[in-house]
Structures are given as C-alpha cells and as structure tokens.
Design a protein around this ligand. Structure first.
Ligand code: SME
Length: 156
C-alpha cells in the first residue's frame, strides 16, 4: 500500500468511493483492531477535514475513548448517554444535524455543531462506535450513514 492517501473527487460520494478500497486494503492486511481503528480514523479525518473523528470502545458498562484524530475528548460515556451512548443503546446509527437539539448531547468541544455516530458490530454485538463531529451544522446525511456503515463493517 502507498504510504500516502490519494483521494480526489468533488462530491462526498466520490470521495467515499475512492476511500473505501483504500480502507479495505489497509484493514485486510492487519488483524489488530486498535491499529485498524487508528488508521480508519486518520483516513476519514484527512479525507473530509472533520473536526473530530474517532472511536469509543465498549468496555464493560461504558464506552471508553479509543483511537481518534482531533482535540482531546471525554474518556468515558455511559450506555444511553449522549449521542454515542444512544447509538450503543439503540444499536442504530445516529445522525444529528444540530447537536444543541439532541437531548443529553455531551459537549466534549464547544466547536462541535453536528455529529454522526455509527455502531461497530462484531458477530451481532456492538464492540465500539465510530463518532464524527463537524464544526458546521448539518454536515452528515444518509450518504454518510450508508458509507460509514460500510467502513465500520470492514473492521470486524
Ligand atoms: N458528543 C458525543 C461525545 C463524544 S465527543 O463528541 C468526541 C456524545 O454526545 O456522545
């Protein structure tokens, strides 16, 4: 694999289409989940210039901060709390156009305006969530949801 990410494309769909095979090639050559989370976070972050891109891992009854790119963040989130804990509890991707309108949103950074959280399943069980924050409103839509769900499928 090239050491440099080469992603071109005008639309987000074109960028995801270019990114997916590169993520697949990185992940398929490595069995360590944390290493793969680290590279996936870096590749998404670099491609789209998000505010914060990373993973929280399920550890017992909490989500614990995992590999990420961006400013420092809260380390532990309880099930059902915030956008991340809601995605875990409901076992469903959460697309939040305006974080101020999401009851219980956890503000790790005041710059975050919109967010998407995608559960990571292994054999039907959620083992982590992918959390992405944007410093703009309404960054994420069903296109992001569908591509990011395909991205996290590659992890397990
Ligand atoms: N906003 C998240 C917390 C994690 S940070 O955004 C990195 C939430 O409400 O769960």
């Amino acid at each position: 694999m090239s050491e440099h990410l080469i992603i071109s494309g005008e639309t987000k769909r074109e960028r995801y289409e270019a990114l997916l095979p590169q993520i697949a090639s990185v992940v398929e050559g490595e069995s360590d989940l944390i290493a793969n989370m680290a590279n996936v976070a870096a590749m998404l972050h670099e491609t789209f210039g998000f505010w914060w891109t990373g993973f929280y891992r399920v550890v017992g009854e909490e989500l614990v901060l995992g590999p990420f790119q961006g400013p420092m963040a809260c380390t532990r989130i309880r099930k059902g709390r915030g956008v991340c804990g809601t995605a875990w509890a409901k076992a469903e991707t959460q697309v939040v156009p305006d974080v101020e309108k999401f009851p219980g949103h956890i503000a790790c950074s005041s710059a975050s305006r919109s967010e998407i959280v995608v559960p990571v399943f292994r054999e039907g069980v959620i083992i982590a969530v992918l959390d992405i924050d944007s410093d703009r409103l309404a960054t994420f839509d069903q296109t992001d949801r569908s591509y990011l769900e395909r991205v996290v499928e590659k992890l397990c």
